[in-house]
Design a protein around this ligand. Structure first.
Ligand code: AMP
Length: 114
């Protein structure tokens, strides 16, 4: 169910443009508008889910689809080392409340993140 106020639901619908690098029946992967690394894409479910905190016990297939899409983009991009991260809640840096996994790569990545 789409949320009419949600930025990423509008990207799913095509009402806001995005540079898609992968899409399938459940998942879209598109380039982050403000990249923090040479490769920085976001994998989102087509269905509106606000964050990991709102996933259900029966969402395993969706998570598998998200990670399969990210793995495919990383492989196609030639990345061997990369980071996949998701922020849950504003205090952790979440600014868009539609579940998304960041894939960052193409430069050294320090640990821990801030
Ligand atoms: P987060 O802060 O973890 O919620 O991540 C949200 C991400 O969405 C940020 O990295 C933003 O740069 C990115 N973003 C916001 N608006 C857009 C957009 N229209 N197209 C692509 N990425 C976006």
């Amino acid at each position: 169910m789409a949320d009419p106020e949600c930025l990423f639901c509008k990207i799913v619908a095509g009402d806001i443009p995005s540079e898609r690098v992968h899409e399938d029946g459940e998942v879209i992967v598109f380039r982050d508008i403000a990249p923090r690394a040479p490769t920085h894409v976001l994998a989102i479910p087509r269905r509106h889910v606000a964050s990991v905190a709102d996933l259900g016990d029966d969402d395993g297939r969706l998570l598998a689809a998200l990670f399969a899409a990210l793995r495919r983009v990383a492989t196609d991009t030639g990345l061997a080392d990369y980071r996949i991260v998701t922020n849950v809640g504003p205090g952790a840096g979440q600014s868009v409340f539609h579940l998304h996994f960041h894939l960052l790569g193409g430069r050294p990545l320090s640990w821990p993140p801030g």
